[in-house]
Design a binder for this molecule. Structure first.
Ligand SMILES: Cc1cc2nc3c(=O)[nH]c(=O)nc-3n(C[C@H](O)[C@H](O)[C@H](O)COP(=O)(O)OP(=O)(O)OC[C@H]3O[C@@H](n4cnc5c(N)ncnc54)[C@H](O)[C@@H]3O)c2cc1C
Length: 127
């Protein structure tokens, strides 16, 4: 059997969650799907409008990201500080270095813009 790959999904907004879930559904369990997110809760942003006018509570528009673990998606809580495409590592916080086969960027911050290089095509099949 082929060796498992590690796929890091950077950012647990709606883009990251959908990406991680779709990959988990499609890939055999020998491949790790790891989602990195600094917040503990996912907030459905469009519903913030209802929160402001008092028609929703914060509990109604958010969910703990920890539920992902039950679906076979590993969760790493922390700030993504650095992405090293050459060595294929992502640094989370001060010391934690995560090796990756692929990284999928799903954060909307300009500071990490240079890391889009990680999205380059890789010809190896992981199915
Ligand atoms: C009030 C409001 C109403 C909206 N209404 C609509 C609508 O009706 N229809 C529509 O299509 N869209 C709507 N949007 C926009 C929609 O919510 C966004 O387009 C969508 O949330 C973007 O998702 P994303 O996953 O790309 O980014 P984000 O939701 O920004 O997710 C990025 C995630 O990455 C994490 N992150 C960022 N940097 C780091 C880091 N360095 N380390 C670790 N984690 C990090 C963040 O915490 C975040 O969870 C609305 C937005 C708002 C605010």
């Amino acid at each position: 059997m082929a060796k498992g790959k590690t796929i890091l999904v950077l950012g647990g907004g709606v883009g990251g969650l959908v990406t991680a879930s779709r990959l988990r559904n499609k890939l055999p369990r020998r491949h790790r799907i790891v989602l990195i997110e600094r917040e503990a809760q996912f907030i459905f942003q469009p519903s913030l409008l209802w929160l402001i006018v008092g028609q929703r509570s914060s509990e109604q528009i958010s969910r703990p990201l920890s539920v992902l673990e039950r679906k076979g998606i590993e969760l790493v809580r922390g700030n993504i500080d650095h992405i090293d495409p050459e060595n294929r590592t992502v640094r989370v916080g001060e010391s934690s270095m995560l090796p990756t086969t692929w990284s999928l960027l799903s954060v909307r911050i300009l500071r990490l813009r240079q890391s889009l290089v990680l999205l380059r095509q890789d010809t190896t099949s992981i199915a």
